[in-house]
Design a protein around this ligand. Structure first.
Ligand SMILES: [Fe+2]
Length: 487
């Protein structure tokens, strides 16, 4: 399609799919539960134009598309639109790519110098009645939740000072506040990190800046009821390397990791840095909480090196995926104690895309879900996404001692990240909604959206919605109940 290179970033499941559409009356097998009434927003990277640079990280800088799979009265529809970023508009006007390598403006065409480079392709964030398409390299773009039209770059009414905002915000279930941060807050390779709090009405009430131990890829963070926790893993950026046309990220196996801990309503000068193991890496945290004794537990999908193969390659690291020692790791620290050490406990298997009920954010919790690889799969996994291989098992972990649940897929099938829909009935786990891809040939794929009883994974989907279009892998999603979207 349009001269895209024939390499894994652009072939198979990763083949660009730039169609924009709105399709109602999708075929449904089974019954959509009455509680599943709303929109499943999905961030789907799709490069609109063939690249003019050779970039191993290209899968991360594809133009963001916003997709909405909507459920109403037991029926389903899907819509897909490009996010109208300044970058996408400039390339559409030119009719070809103008921006070079992932997060390296020194590789861009001269005519786009100074144009906002973000592709807004990572997470559709819903807060205070606003839908924001976020990517950590820039400010988010606001999108109309009904039409999916892009309303423009969003800076909280001019209040945001940081040049960047994470795609992984945390929303307190009791106060409705949105906690966020932005790293490289004042420019490329900067150690400056912004920490912000937005009230339940959407007003940016506070923004403070602090200096990280080094300029690291800070993809996610967590909160507890009283603290904000900022993990630092040794995947770093260097301005001279960027100026020489190099990669944004290089991973350092011998460099220490850190966990910055501060009172969440406190001053950044109260930040305390706990020292973690060398060389580890993590993209997503499941949750964090304080226990009755005041200890903080920070639960993350950790591995011994960076999970992205193109970052290991750029770093001269030869570890293979099966050598990464992935695990759901709990780091425990004592914010009031004298020791700056972190105690690690393994609480789950390798995997990613951890998920909890929104009501348990930052609170003690007894279960969560995540994606992993089926240890009993016969044959190779489906290739695709930034890691190169897609997950094919959904699991429910119980932290009170009950056995885990699992829903493995047949060979040739894989999951995208699920979202959780809470149940109205007490004692019911709610529902998980996820897009499932099925490969039937090198470039032949079919897609369905599954609704699964979140407390009974082994029963399989209660409803399957047929998606009559080819889909590229999704990054993150967000569930918004219909009642929260104004009509
Ligand atoms: Fe993420």
């Amino acid at each position: 399609m349009n001269g895209f290179p024939q390499n894994p970033n652009y072939t198979g499941l990763n083949t660009p799919q730039g169609d924009e559409y709105d399709l109602a009356g999708l075929a449904v097998t089974g019954t959509i539960p009455p509680e599943v009434e709303g929109s499943f927003f999905r961030a789907v990277p799709n490069p609109a134009f063939a690249p003019f640079t050779d970039d191993g990280a290209a899968v991360l800088s594809a133009d963001g598309m916003i997709s909405a799979i909507r459920f109403a009265g037991g029926a389903a529809s899907i819509a897909m639109r490009y996010v109208g970023t300044a970058r996408h508009k400039a390339e559409v006007a030119a009719g070809h790519a103008l921006f070079g390598k992932y997060r390296n403006p020194y590789t861009d065409k001269p005519e786009v110098k100074g144009v906002d480079r973000t592709v807004a392709n990572t997470t559709p964030v819903w807060h205070a009645g606003r839908l924001l398409m976020a990517k950590e390299d820039g400010r988010p773009y606001r999108v109309d939740p009904q039409t999916l039209e892009t309303l423009g770059s969003y800076d909280f009414g001019g209040a945001l000072k940081s040049e960047t905002m994470t795609a992984h915000v945390r929303i307190d279930p009791d106060t409705g506040e949105m906690f966020f941060y932005g790293y490289e807050a004042d420019g490329l390779a900067s150690r400056q990190v912004a920490y912000g709090i937005v009230d339940g009405a959407g007003n940016l009430k506070r923004e403070q800046w602090f200096e990280a131990p080094y300029c690291a890829m800070m993809h996610d963070f967590t909160i507890t009821e009283n603290y904000a926790l900022f993990p630092i893993y040794p995947t770093t950026c260097d301005l001279d390397r960027l100026k020489a046309g190099g990669d944004h990220w290089v991973h350092h196996p011998k460099l220490e990791s850190w966990l910055g801990v501060m009172p969440r309503y406190g001053d950044v000068r109260e930040m305390r840095w706990f020292k973690g193991p060398r060389g580890v890496s993590c993209y997503h945290m499941m949750n964090a909480h304080e226990d009755a004794g005041g200890l903080i537990h920070f639960d993350q999908c950790l591995s011994d090196s960076n999970a992205f193969p193109f970052i290991r390659e750029a770093s001269g690291i030869t570890l293979q995926p099966w050598e990464l020692n992935g695990r759901l790791a709990r780091w425990t620290v004592d914010p009031k104690g004298v020791s700056d050490d972190i105690v690690e406990t393994v609480i789950g298997p390798p995997g990613d895309f951890p998920l909890i009920p929104a009501a348990k954010q930052g609170r003690p919790y007894d279960h969560g879900w995540m994606l992993t690889m089926n240890p009993e799969r016969q044959g190779p996994p489906v290739m695709g996404g930034p890691v190169g291989a897609m997950f094919d098992m959904l699991i429910r972990l119980d932290f009170t001692g009950a056995p885990p649940q699992a829903l493995g897929l047949a060979p040739g099938m894989c999951y995208n990240e699920p979202v959780h829909v809470p149940a109205s009935k007490a004692g019911h786990d709610g529902w998980l909604i996820t897009v499932v891809d099925r490969q039937s040939g090198p470039d032949d794929f079919a897609h369905e959206c599954w609704i699964i009883d979140a407390g009974n994974l082994a029963a399989g989907p209660v409803a399957r919605v047929e998606i009559p279009k080819r889909l590229r892998p999704q990054v993150h999603g967000w569930w918004v109940p219909a009642a929260q979207i104004a009509h």
